[in-house]
Write a protein that binds this ligand. Structure first.
Ligand code: AMP
Ligand code: GLY
Length: 440
């Protein structure tokens, strides 16, 4: 099976690796040179991931019939619609279906219209004065979100990043003055609890859940600092998380099923991977966001464990007939991203980075290249996350230890890592936090 992949990050490298394992012939498009993706590709094209014309021509030239799109930007640019017009079936959503991620208003309104569980109070504003008036009428903490895409970095939380009314208004004004995220602002009720990610495969109707993952969005150890695209993530051997019960997980899966049903009902059926980010609160899982793709880093955790052929899964999603069981190894994983110095505030890119892939493997880990590039024959860091290392073992603790051993074989003098991810202490803190909320 020939398949086109779009994207040059860690998520896409993990997807390409899974496709390669299942015997696919890969034609990849990426904006940066990702050596892991390049190595597995029959051919690759370096160009903008939103350049629909070039990408469609590349697919046609190579007789490709199926496609997998990693990042959200090409989905928003309508790449899937263009590819499908050209006869390439996509394991990713159309532009209309991708609104579940690209417009936070669309998502909240849909969930509200269909009475789906897990919604949070929210209000949408297209000017700062109305937002200010609204702030005077509510008595709960809120989260400020630009409506459009911001690469996961646009959200600020009252009580964490915004410590006063003045801070909140300053950020709202900044969003309008600098047109951050394009289309206004959402003020959303702040949910208190522990976050988890439930991703599912979708064929338009049926969904198949993947193992639960917990990402770490804050830049620095101890969960402080600015929000990032995600610094690292872990999964547990039983595919739940230590603070999530089977019933809570079922509730999250049923919320996603309801969203998929609602989208079919609305005339924009959803195909591809859907990503549900939830805050587990004392009154159950609340929807933080729904994404139209795999999470990054979460994709690296689950795709490393995937035992069913990913090429077959993509074909079934694209054809609209997902059937049979999808298997993941019953192992724990811990993923830590090596990121450029300054990442989250202002990255310092362009430093040489070396990865000893063989030694990483010997540690019981996998390594995925992300936002790196080739410059004068050497691999250098970009402005976004550089390399993801995933430790695999029977328990989270052992997986964390494997990940740490493997990280020693990624060498660069201008990077940092959140070493606390997946440690016994941090996992314990999550469990204790949830227990204390439950017993209060
Ligand atoms: P997002 O880009 O929507 O994933 O938001 C980034 C981070 O902000 C999330 O991972 C949460 O930690 C936090 N956040 C977003 N929305 C809320 C909310 N309604 N309540 C509490 N925290 C939130
Ligand atoms: N890791 C969060 C995301 O991919 O949106």
């Amino acid at each position: 099976m020939k398949i086109l992949t779009v994207g040059g990050g860690g998520r896409e490298h993990a997807a390409v690796e899974a496709l390669y394992r299942s015997g696919a012939e890969i034609y990849s498009v990426m904006k940066n040179f990702n050596p892991g993706i390049a190595k597995r590709s029959e051919k690759y094209l370096l160009c903008s991931e939103k350049d629909c014309e070039k990408i469609c021509a590349f697919a046609a030239e190579n007789g490709v019939r199926y496609a997998f799109i990693g990042p959200e930007a090409p989905l928003e640019a309508g790449l899937v619609d263009e590819l499908e017009k050209a006869g390439v079936k996509c394991a990713s959503p159309s532009k209309a279906a991708a609104r579940i991620e690209t417009s936070k208003t669309f998502m909240r309104e849909l969930v509200k219209k269909y009475g789906i569980k897990g919604n949070l109070d929210f209000a949408h504003f297209d000017n700062a004065a109305d937002a200010e008036k609204y702030l005077g009428t509510i008595d709960h903490e809120i989260v400020v979100k630009p409506v459009g895409l911001t690469g996961g970095k646009g959200v600020k939380v009252q009580g964490e990043h915004l410590l006063s009314f003045e801070d909140t208004m300053e950020y709202i004004n900044e969003i309008f003055n600098y047109n951050i995220g394009g289309a206004g602002v959402i003020l959303e009720e702040r949910a208190v609890g522990e976050e988890f990610t439930q991703m599912v495969f979708v064929d338009g109707k049926r969904i198949v859940p993947m193992p639960l993952v917990q990402d770490h969005k804050r830049a620095y150890e101890g969960d402080v600092g600015p929000n990032t695209g995600g610094m690292g993530s872990y999964t547990d051997g039983n595919h739940l998380l230590p603070f999530v019960t089977e019933n809570e997980r079922k509730e999250a899966v049923s919320i996603i099923q309801d969203i998929v049903d609602a989208m079919a009902e609305e005339g924009c059926p959803y195909r591809g991977t859907m990503y549900g980010q939830f805050m587990l609160t004392v009154s159950g899982p609340k929807i933080i966001e729904i994404n139209a793709r795999f999470g990054d880093p979460e994709a690296m955790n689950v795709l490393t464990l995937l035992e069913t052929g990913f090429a077959d899964i993509c074909r079934m999603m694209a054809d609209g007939n997902l059937e049979g069981e999808i298997k993941f190894a019953k192992k724990a994983t811990v993923c830590k991203y090596v990121v450029p110095k300054g990442y989250g505030v202002k990255s310092e890119p362009g430093h040489r980075i070396d990865v000893d892939e063989e030694s990483v493997k010997k540690c019981g880990a996998a390594v995925y290249y992300a936002n790196v590039d080739m410059k004068d024959g050497v691999l250098v860091t970009g402005t976004s996350r550089s390399v993801g290392v995933v430790g695999v073992a029977d328990t989270i603790e052992e997986a964390e230890s494997n990940c740490e051993k493997a990280l020693k074989f990624v060498k660069c003098d201008a990077v940092f890592v959140r070493h606390d991810i997946g440690t016994r202490a941090l996992v314990r803190k999550r469990v204790d936090h949830m227990n204390s909320l439950r017993s209060a």
